[in-house]
Design a protein around this ligand. Structure first.
Ligand SMILES: NC(=O)C1=CN([C@@H]2O[C@H](COP(=O)(O)OP(=O)(O)OC[C@H]3O[C@@H](n4cnc5c(N)ncnc54)[C@H](O)[C@@H]3O)[C@@H](O)[C@H]2O)C=CC1
Ligand SMILES: O=C([O-])CC(=O)C(=O)O
Length: 328
């Protein structure tokens, strides 16, 4: 067992995702059963008392891997020494809003947090942005952290990926672990493109198992609009599934993805697949030695090209909007 605890900073610790996330991190599901963790919870002043309550409950679980909990309302302190930073704290959308509507409300949070990461996080810091609009918030944070390698800033599309796995597996009548090589491209928004053209279902090409009409009229809209459907049903945005996806993303990043399959994550584009360099866009990715790599060489047909381009165009618009707001 490693003895030095890994510092995990979680922002928005008193929120609904925070509540679903912290117990799983403390139990070892984020970094594995041999790695002790020290939690650093960052909240706004009004959230500190509730975060203290959550910390009391974490204590009461007597998790063997939980080496300590500290609570902050100051970003510089919260990110000091952070090895893993989960940027969850932000306002969620409510019924009728698109995630992009949160740009102005939430964008202002991520510049100062990027600066704080730049100032004091550990040299190996890995950042996952969950707060919406996640891709562009990650871009804002990254641009405020010039001394941290850009590739350490990522945004979460793993929830979309997991949603897509479930939808395709259910349609094909197989277990989720029989579905592989799905990809979420682009933005974590209704323009995202869940791509099954390279996917395998029980060893067969997914396109041989499901028809194109289902793909276009059911699968893509169901996955892309699932967040809104959850809000409609629960009256609140998804929380436990979002926390689960954050665990999956960081666990894979740290411990590596298995074999030749892949997952999806929004990472800084190197220009692959025509996505402008520097945008934080979702790609098919594998994790090796603590780094995400974009899966190369996939053929992109005309249908996919148009969908990827549309989502990337939205990312460009969001980037331009935050530039105009002076956030980057
Ligand atoms: N990328 C994804 O797949 C998903 C993203 N989300 C997003 O995650 C974010 C959080 O969602 P919930 O936990 O449901 O919201 P919530 O409202 O329950 O909790 C947010 C928490 O963040 C705190 N907070 C606000 N500003 C902060 C700051 N500057 N520093 C630290 N903490 C701060 C609030 O006090 C609150 O406790 C939302 O933006 C939501 O849209 C939600 C689901 C999936
Ligand atoms: O839809 C929302 O606002 C919350 C979210 O990002 C999701 O559930 O994918």
């Amino acid at each position: 067992m490693t003895t030095t605890p890994v510092n995990v900073t979680v922002t928005g610790a008193a929120g609904q995702i925070g509540y679903a996330l912290l117990f799983r991190i403390a139990s070892g599901q984020l970094l594995g059963p041999d790695t002790p963790v020290s939690l650093r919870l960052l909240e706004i002043p009004q959230g500190v008392k509730a975060a203290e309550g959550t910390a009391m409950e974490l204590d009461d679980c007597a998790f063997p891997l939980l080496a300590g909990i500290d609570i902050f309302d100051d970003a510089r302190q919260g990110f000091d020494g952070a090895n893993v930073a989960l940027l969850v704290g932000a306002r969620p959308r409510s019924k009728g809003m698109e995630r992009g509507d949160l740009l102005e409300a939430n964008g202002g949070i991520f510049g100062p947090q990027g600066e704080a990461i730049n100032a004091g996080a550990a040299d190996d810091v890995k950042v996952l942005v969950v707060g919406n609009p996640a891709n562009t918030n990650a871009l804002i944070a990254q641009r405020h952290a010039p001394d941290v390698p850009a590739e350490r800033f990522t945004a979460m599309t793993r929830l979309d990926h997991n949603r897509a796995l479930h939808q395709l597996a259910t349609k094909a009548g197989v277990a989720v672990n029989e579905v592989e090589r799905l990809t979420i491209w682009g933005n974590h928004s209704a323009t995202q493109y869940p791509d099954i053209f390279h996917a395998r279902v029980g060893g067969r090409a997914a396109t041989d198992v499901v028809d194109e009409a289902w793909l276009e009229s059911e699968f893509i809209p169901t996955v892309a609009k699932r967040g809104a459907a959850i809000i409609e049903a629960r009256g609140l945005s998804s929380a436990a599934s979002a926390a689960n996806a954050a665990i999956d993303h960081v666990h894979d990043w740290v411990t590596g993805t298995q074999g030749e399959g892949w997952t999806s994550a929004a990472i800084v584009s190197d220009g692959s697949y025509g996505v402008p360099e520097g945008l934080i866009s979702s790609f098919p990715v594998r994790a090796r030695d603590g780094r995400w790599e974009i899966v190369q060489g996939l053929e992109v047909n005309d249908f996919s090209r148009a969908k990827i381009d549309a989502s990337v165009a939205e990312l460009v618009e969001e980037r331009d909007a935050v530039q105009q707001l002076g956030l980057v």
